[in-house]
Design a protein around this ligand. Sequence first.
Ligand SMILES: Cc1cc2nc3c(=O)[nH]c(=O)nc-3n(C[C@H](O)[C@H](O)[C@H](O)COP(=O)(O)O)c2cc1C
Ligand code: SF4
Length: 768
Amino acid sequence: MAHETWVFRSWLPFEIADIVAVWHEYRIPIILSTFTILMIFRTVLHLRSSRGKISHTPPISPSLTAQKGNLLGDKKANGEKVPRRIVGGLKKRKSSEDAVQIGSQKIQLLVFFSSLTGTTEKTAKVFREGLAKSTQNLGDATTTFLEPQLLDLSYIDYDDYFITAPKTEEETRFFYLLLLPTYNIDTVLDNFLEHLQETHNDFRVDTAPLSTLLGYSVFGFGDRGGWPTEEEGFCSQARGVDKWLAKLTGKKRAFPLGMGDSKTNAAERLQEWKEGVLDVLGHIARTGGLGEGVVGSGDAVESDVEDLDEDDEVLSDEQNVAQRKTKLQKKDGLNDLEDIGSTLNKSSVDLSEPLEVDFTTYSKKSQPTAPATIKEMVPKNSPTYNALTKQGYSIVGSHSGVKICRWTKSALRGRGSCYKYSFYGIASHQCMETTPSLSCSNKCVFCWRHGTNPVGTTWRWVVDPPDMIFAGVKAGHYQKIKMMRGVPGVRAERFAEAMRIRHCALSLVGEPIFYPHINEFTAMLHAEHISSFLVCNAQHPDQLATLKPVTQLYVSIDASNKESLRKIDRPLHRDFWERFNRCLDILRERRFEQRTVFRLTLVKGFNIEDEAEGYAALIEKGLPCFVEVKGVTYCGTSSSAGAGLTMQNVPFYEEVCSFVEALNTALAKRGLKYGIAAEHAHSCCILIASERFKKDGKWRTRIDYERFFECLESEETFKPEDYMGPETPEWATWGNGGFDPRDERVFRKGKNKVALTESQGEVMGDVA
Ligand SMILES: Cc1cc2nc3c(=O)[nH]c(=O)nc-3n(C[C@H](O)[C@H](O)[C@H](O)COP(=O)(O)O)c2cc1C
Ligand code: SF4
């Protein structure tokens, strides 16, 4: 350094040498201040430029034009066009990523429509205005709903909206609503559908380029006068658009496809659909995402998966993540249901004393002593708990369960209700299947519960309060219904109706009257005008005798004689035959207080052959109002195989019919006034009814539910005839098959329609 200074001095002027000396003296402060000044300057520039951007950004970005250009192809430096890949498809993202950043979310609703004769256009304008008003109050401090925009599909460029979602520089996310008529002549809708299909199949575009949308939902207008059913083309184009958008958005159907007949119910259907959509938008505002949904319960027997078109099976990306998460966190979710109990401080029943109920003997004297510690029937993490939850049950508290049955799912999709609709008017999508006791005292060979439920002759477990069970099963049921929201084919109006439980089938698994507070539980159902169909196994006469009236009371009659009953029900009680007979006596006594039913489940090789006379004798003893005869449902599980059941044990529908005819003749021979009233071939089920339920030559097997509640609330004695409903519809009567003509008949892929659905019944995994 000394050498360098000498060199400078030898040829530089004196002042420069001084500057160098100053530099050496003050270089650190000089560098620091220069750096600070530069940083301040840069920050000021940056702030000025970003302010300019915010104030001038339009809601929909002009960048679309650029994207369009890109789609047609990028140019190489030499001007040659090369295919361009549009990215934005079905990314595997964390579910939270899908959510709009809380604190900055802006939601833009785009209402697309198409119209030829003007009806949809008028409706869409009014709809948009209503939507603008309704969404004004839907947002909060963190979410703003921008004024919904109306877009005519005849005038927009599809590339602007249906290749990728519009982009804005602000944090705005889009939600699409489409109101579409259907035309079987050439219209703009054909081009639109073609565009969606081409985009999906375009090798340059990822398969789900619209996955950045928050969600979408479609409503179709059609004319049932000219196109009565979906097969004949009712709303076919709306259905097509719904399907393609499911693919393009990566399964972001936010609410089921709505459909209305423009000549009759379109306004009503549209209103229901709109309410459903608003509900989802509220959910998005609160949580930033669509929420969860599943195709089915996941169980081979119970799941709907095989009913879905492979490429139509639609769950949102987020839903799929949620579904996996739900599985992983099932335990936590169930804890929520269980927690309902702990939050109910005051139960309507005094539970301070653990209840010990003896079902093994009629003697009132010999109550066994209580065990030192009372255990839970189905403790969490027990093998039973895991097995039941795997089968799709939600366990409520420690001994109750709820599950949505396949018929409920089928009815939500407009594919038919269970036989109880044909016979009694129960709409399956409004029916909750539950039990307050997962434990049973039989091990029936045909039980589709896979032998996983606990068994016992004595209630020796903790007893949960009925109000906790009631709240828990309802919450579990609604949760499962909501999870069906994104499933293809779910009908908007049925989904809306399903959010009000109207019927309860107490028959899921186990034995409902095993539960010591069953009367309090059914009273809670009735207080909310939910009908009660209670099935018991004819093994608990004491409980049956004290049971208060339910809408319809069943006993399972699984055999006509003692030996056959022992083989088929494998009862735990030694005195099972005496118990069984006593139950029949009780039923006979109760037949003028409530509707009583014998449920016969026919198993070939076990309880059909030569037993018609035996069953007729039992009917003579119990004189039930109705006799339901059903072919057994084969579940194809290892447990049914273990019990010795195969498809050979499943009777063909023709065999069930022959048996019913033989039984009917046997009843007539005994002078009993019964007749074959109705059938539901789809589930291999036939109804024999007492002529008490025939008026003016017409069967009246249906129920007037509101009348039932009136009778109950009057606190006066009433008879089953007092709540007898209207005539059984023609299509449900014997000889007409029993399939509701309003529903769409769907046959499973690769299965022989005749063999399965007509002859051996659908495997609906349900005998409720
Ligand atoms: C020529 C013609 C063809 C139609 N084709 C169908 C059809 O295939 N399926 C359907 O459900 N409705 C069909 N419709 C009924 C219309 O979709 C329905 O009337 C709709 O409300 C018309 O809406 P717009 O007035 O907005 O054009 C058709 C109507 C016309 C006039
Ligand atoms: S099968 Fe049973 S649970 Fe399912 S809808 Fe019918 S009655 Fe309800």
